[in-house]
Design a protein around this ligand. Structure first.
Ligand code: ZN
Length: 225
């Protein structure tokens, strides 16, 4: 499995490689997804981590484990952090964002359900090797309002997830400031901003397209790991 250093495509042309850090994710950040999971909107963001070993390039075939039950896609906007952020303000968070992309928060849903029932941590269900296929990043300077971007996921020609980042329960800057109270964010860390409704299982040979409209679009396929 080839792990990822982040590639960021710069506004002036060219690209830069940045060593991959940890991935900090938020669960249940779109109301329609909370509903499909039979969850309740939490008082505070639900935060979890994926290790850097979960990161793989989305541009290559997505290798899913097939021995642990259903592996669900969750399409999300991803944010690349360029500066150290500890207990930061939203203004500091805004200045530290250097890239915007898309990523899959792959989730072993059967395992996650079992862990939730038992009250156990769900790390194995969301942090396994390859659990975070992530696109190359687009320079923040080339992207407009982070809270008004169309996010779309197409599986075998059928649109499964379509929403706008304006529907996030906790918007990006608030989320980063919140995360930084617990986990110092370092250059090369990624924040995944949650998935809208429409999640479901992946199977080998699936064709998928993940887009942040007018920012980035990646088409890839699924293989068994
Ligand atoms: Zn997610």
């Amino acid at each position: 499995m080839r792990y990822l250093d982040h590639c960021i495509h710069l506004a002036g042309g060219g690209s830069q490689q940045i060593p991959a850090g940890k991935v900090v994710c938020v669960g249940l950040n779109y109301r329609d997804h909370v509903k499909e999971m039979d969850g309740q909107v939490a008082d505070e963001p639900v935060i979890f981590l994926k290790p850097s070993s979960a990161l793989v390039p989305l541009e290559e075939p997505v290798a899913i484990p097939v021995e642990f039950g259903a592996c669900h896609y969750e399409a999300e906007m991803s944010i690349l952090i360029g500066e150290q952020l500890g207990d930061c303000t939203e203004e500091e968070a805004a200045k530290a964002i250097i890239g915007v992309g898309v990523a899959l928060d792959l989730t072993l849903r059967d395992l996650q359900s079992q862990f939730k029932q038992k009250g156990h941590p769900w790390d194995k269900a969301k942090g396994f090797d390859g659990a975070c296929p992530a696109s190359a990043f687009v320079d923040r300077a080339q992207v407009g309002d982070l809270q008004n971007l169309e996010l779309r996921f197409t599986l075998n020609g059928e649109v499964k997830q379509a929403s706008n980042t304006r529907h996030m329960i906790t918007p990006v800057l608030t989320l980063i400031a919140y995360i930084s109270r617990y986990f110092t964010l370092m250059p090369g860390d990624i924040v995944l901003t949650g998935t809208p409704a429409g999640v479901g299982p992946l199977s080998p040979d699936d064709q998928l397209t993940l887009e942040l409209v007018d920012v980035v679009s990646v088409t890839t396929s699924v293989v068994a790991r």
